[in-house]
Write a protein that binds this ligand. Structure first.
Ligand SMILES: [Zn+2]
Length: 210
């Protein structure tokens, strides 16, 4: 793996976001962080095997998405009737039966967001493992950066847990395999997004393009 940051045609500089001190950024060994000489804030980090980790966690997220949508999310027993709830069919039912906004939000949180974030991370970081960039990778990385604050699939899980508290009063509720896979998906998505320092990603994209 290449050292990072890799200076391009001269010294590489880094500014502290807290006290504005300008530093000359030296390449870092894996697993270490550079700190500001004045206030001690972290300037940039070289996370261990960052590209491999991001690609692996993103690929796992895509596999988990298949499990989430192929298996029941919840199983409810009430008055001798068993009902199974599948996430994708629930979104479709909501859209077609009078709650289109709720259905679209459900589809966005459980299908569109994980698919586009995990797919985008693989598209950007996968080729970088071999020192290459995919066409338009910089635009995809910028888009991922912009949408990061809106990547809130945890909110969905929280809403489900609150609803379950209410449902448990009228029905016997069990978690299906889809629910546990969704929990794992949440963990993998967070690990993929946090797996690489944003400065490192931009530098690696720049080095691979040159
Ligand atoms: Zn500082």
């Amino acid at each position: 793996m290449h050292p990072w940051p890799k200076p391009l045609g001269g010294p590489h500089r880094s500014v502290c976001h807290f006290c504005d001190t300008l530093h000359v950024a030296e390449p870092l060994p894996e697993g270490t962080a550079a700190r500001c000489v004045c206030c001690g804030a972290v300037l940039y980090q070289n996370r261990p095997a960052s590209l491999v980790r991001v690609t692996a966690f993103s690929t796992t997220s895509l596999i988990l998405m298949v499990v989430v949508h192929s298996f029941p999310f919840l199983v409810m027993d009430a008055a001798s009737i068993r009902t199974t709830l599948n996430l994708s069919s629930a979104a479709g039912a909501l859209i077609h039966r009078g709650s289109p906004i709720l259905g679209v939000v459900l589809a966005l949180l459980t299908i569109v967001t994980p698919l586009s974030v995990a797919g985008g991370m693989i598209y950007v970081c996968g080729p970088l493992l071999f020192g290459r960039t995919a066409p338009g990778a910089v635009h995809v990385a910028k888009w991922l950066n912009k949408t990061e604050p809106w990547n809130m699939i945890e909110v969905f899980l929280l809403a489900v847990l609150v609803s379950l508290l209410k449902l448990s009063k009228v029905a016997d509720v069990h978690f299906g395999m889809g629910f546990w896979a969704f929990g794992l998906l949440m963990f993998c998505m967070a690990a993929a997004v946090a797996g690489i320092d944003r400065n490192e990603l931009w530098d690696r994209l720049e080095v691979a393009k040159s």
